[in-house]
Ligand binder design. Structure first.
Ligand code: PLP
Length: 506
């Protein structure tokens, strides 16, 4: 076909780019301005409000068959999506364990989306950057920088990746080729405290060990794993013909922020020939604070570590990290041997697609950019200072709770988690769970703050998990004042109800 012919055909071919780049640019600039304003004014709005019917109706719509104007699609986003987030970017959001996100994170997400790199490997900047970021993260935690690693969607995926390596390394079976089942084969067992996050059972289920393959060990009064019980359970399981493969140490439990004695667990795993994995979803980052470093002592000896950057790394969802000390074992767990054959040493794919041989994903995005921008922009020292500030704020909240006669602290505060409840004046123990549940809902619905809840020794607790770089001490005062006010109102309402009941009965 001549050049002229192909030019003539051009108008028949379509793509998904804007018809008018200038128009796109002005919409994009407006969107950037709107997003900056949204972030700048976050404190002026309540942390959360329910999604109204009108917005819900805008979202539940038939499949669009034809095109619409991008500007009008953006308008629907602005009116019906943007105003109704989970709320974790707000300075008084402390529910579950959620990250706040950073302004540089907003920018890096846009930059990464523009490049849209596939970070499986290849001779490209994003690949080199992810490898570098992984070395930095290892160094931050005091973990060997020779370790292998991978950025993944979050700590559940990171833990799953690590325990898959443990299974491959310790099963003494060719699980990759033959699977787990077979006559005379032992049941594989993984151990961790009763405070271990729910990922562990999901993981054992997915890896074919079954949920029962995760053996729950009791904790002491500080929420740390009971080493004697761990040893006894290991030995009993071996005597029964099972094969223990891995111990999970917790660096910051999800309920109370408790730390297992990682040094002792590392020793035990050497003695017992077990894989030592640390779940440090948020707590591992205590390593950045000199006064807290002792909590993670022993983490550097683990065979693998999993942690999140979208929690206490303050970054946008989704990004977690797994580090594995033995790079060969890591690769052997996921690599497909045929891939090794194609390594020409030059061109766009000079080597095997390294990153795809270290985890479940084949296609992978450019998660490293936001981590790189966070670390470069703020520096590790400042991150450590903000983490230390969160811990100091948690202590501040705990001390206010302890000073208030109508409040009760329900667990020690080793880190950034505070569990407490309203006890009031005249309330009986059997009323407290219901009263505190109602207080929680009114605090959330009233737009005061978003704590979540848990049970501590069977008692309903308001739970504040502070991984929020925007919080200030005065925000915790607002929470305490709100809980006291709502608690007092509830006591009055309950008193009126009692009187009415008495009146009705005469
Ligand atoms: C949040 C959390 C996880 C799970 O991490 P995701 O990033 O939500 O997948 C695992 N362990 C602990 C202790 C956690 O707090």
């Amino acid at each position: 076909m001549s050049r002229l012919d192909s030019d003539a055909l051009e108008s028949d071919e379509i793509d998904l780019d804007p018809q008018d780049w200038d128009e796109f640019a002005s919409l994009a600039h407006r969107a950037v301005d709107d997003m900056v304003e949204f972030l700048r004014t976050v404190r002026e709005r309540p942390p959360w409000k329910p999604l109204p019917e009108r917005a819900r109706a805008d979202l539940i719509q038939p499949l669009p068959r034809s095109s619409s104007d991008l500007a009008s699609v953006y308008e629907t986003f602005r009116e019906s999506v943007l105003p109704y987030p989970t709320g974790n970017i707000h300075p008084r959001f402390w529910g579950w364990v959620m990250g706040t996100g950073t302004a540089d994170g907003v920018l890096s997400e846009m930059l990464a989306a523009t490049m849209n790199s596939h970070v499986g490997g290849w001779d490209q900047s994003a690949y080199v950057m992810e490898r570098q970021v992984l070395r930095w993260l290892a160094e931050m935690l005091g973990y060997p920088t020779s370790a292998s690693g991978l950025l993944v969607s979050g700590c559940t995926a990171a833990n799953l990746t690590a325990v898959a390596v443990a299974r491959r390394a310790m099963a003494e079976l060719d699980v990759r080729e033959e699977g787990l089942a077979g006559p005379g084969r032992p049941r594989l067992r993984v151990y961790g405290s009763a405070e271990t996050h729910s990922w562990a059972k999901k993981c054992c289920d997915l890896l074919g060990l079954g949920r029962q393959g995760f053996r729950l060990i009791a904790v002491d009064s500080r929420g740390a794993i009971d080493l004697d019980q761990l040893r006894a359970t290991l030995h009993a399981d071996r005597a029964a013909g099972d094969r223990p493969i891995c111990v999970v140490g917790n660096a910051g439990t999800v309920n109370t922020g408790a730390f297992d004695d990682l040094e002792a667990l590392a020793d035990l795993c050497v003695e017992e020939n077990l894989w030592f994995h640390v779940d440090g979803a948020f707590g591992a980052l205590a390593a950045l604070v000199p006064e807290l470093e002792h909590l993670v002592r022993g983490l550097g000896r683990a065979d693998s570590v999993a942690f999140d950057l979208h929690k206490w790394g303050y970054l946008q969802y989704e990004v977690g990290c797994v580090l594995v000390r033995n790079a060969d074992l890591h690769r052997e767990t996921f690599a497909m041997p045929a891939d090794y054959l194609r390594t020409p040493g030059r061109g766009i794919q000079p080597e095997a697609l390294e990153m795809t041989e270290l985890g479940v994903q084949l296609s992978r995005g450019f998660r490293a950019l936001k981590v790189w921008m966070l670390l470069k922009t703020h520096g590790v020292d400042k991150l450590g200072q903000v983490i230390a500030q969160n811990v100091e704020q948690a202590r501040y909240l705990a001390s206010r709770v302890e000073r208030e006669p109508h409040l009760e602290l329900l667990a020690p505060v080793p880190l950034n988690l505070v569990c407490f409840r309203y006890v009031g004046k005249d309330l009986a123990e059997d009323q407290l769970d219901d009263v505190n549940q109602e207080i929680l809902l009114r605090v959330q619905e009233g737009g005061i703050a978003i704590p979540s809840s848990t049970r501590i020794d069977g008692r309903f607790a308001l739970r504040v998990a502070n991984t929020n770089h925007r919080s200030r001490r005065k925000d915790f005062d607002l929470l305490v004042d709100g809980v006291l006010k709502i608690g007092a109102e509830l006591e009055v309402e309950m008193g009126v109800e009692r009187e009415e009941a008495v009146l009705a009965s005469v």
